[in-house]
Write a protein that binds this ligand. Structure first.
Ligand code: PRP
Ligand code: 7HP
Length: 175
């Protein structure tokens, strides 16, 4: 089988992750411990790389959600599947996503986390399909805007395949 076509190379990802980590480290300097919440599964590689490049105190948590689907169509409804393990009350929180597509997942998470009285909730995503986003969701730190194509690699999958590719590639989904 052919490998997906390179959209964003390994070195371009690395350069951008460096830049994001530098900006986040600057913005959160002297604000105490930052709680990074990775959204499973897709964010696991991005979160690992980003978190290791920060120069501020940080704590890692994971959360998992599931989108309700009718066939291949997502309804926009999101359900919590796995919660964080520690309270975020009074903490600065940064939600880390691999991709914002319709925006429903991130909007659900922001609302849910804000209801727990954290000091702040901000968002960081490696990729954003801005043309597909259906809701008003704030992205505070963005890696790359991309077109409406199905991307895989660096944590992202197509039917659980290609998550561990070192670059972001484009595939043609089968019907
Ligand atoms: C992907 C991605 C985001 C969500 C974005 O997760 O990791 O969490 O979709 O989509 P949205 O903006 O349209 O809500 P997915 O449900 O594919 O699960 P996975 O991360 O486990 O692959
Ligand atoms: C979710 C998702 N996962 C992998 N690749 C994409 O292009 C995606 N859009 N939304």
């Amino acid at each position: 089988m052919q490998n997906p076509k390179v959209l964003i190379s390994e070195s371009d990802i690395s350069t951008r992750v460096d830049e994001l980590a530098a900006q986040i480290s600057k913005d959160y300097a002297n604000k105490g411990e930052l709680v990074l919440i990775g959204v499973l599964k897709g964010s696991f590689i991005f979160l690992a790389d980003l978190s290791r490049r920060l120069s501020i105190p940080r704590h890692i948590e994971f959360i998992a959600v599931s989108s309700y689907e009718h066939g291949s169509i997502r309804s926009g409804a999101v359900r919590l599947v796995m919660d964080v393990r520690r309270s975020i009350e009074g903490k600065h929180v940064l939600v880390v996503e691999d991709i914002v597509d319709t925006g429903h997942t991130l909007l659900y998470l922001i609302d849910m986390l804000k209801s727990r009285n954290p000091a702040s909730v901000k968002t960081c995503t490696l990729l954003h399909k801005a043309h597909r986003t259906e809701v008003d969701v704030e992205i505070d730190y963005l890696g790359f805007n991309i077109a409406d194509e199905w991307v895989v690699g660096y944590g992202l999958d197509y039917d659980e395949k290609d998550r561990t590719l070192p670059y972001i590639g484009v595939i043609e989904p089968e019907e």
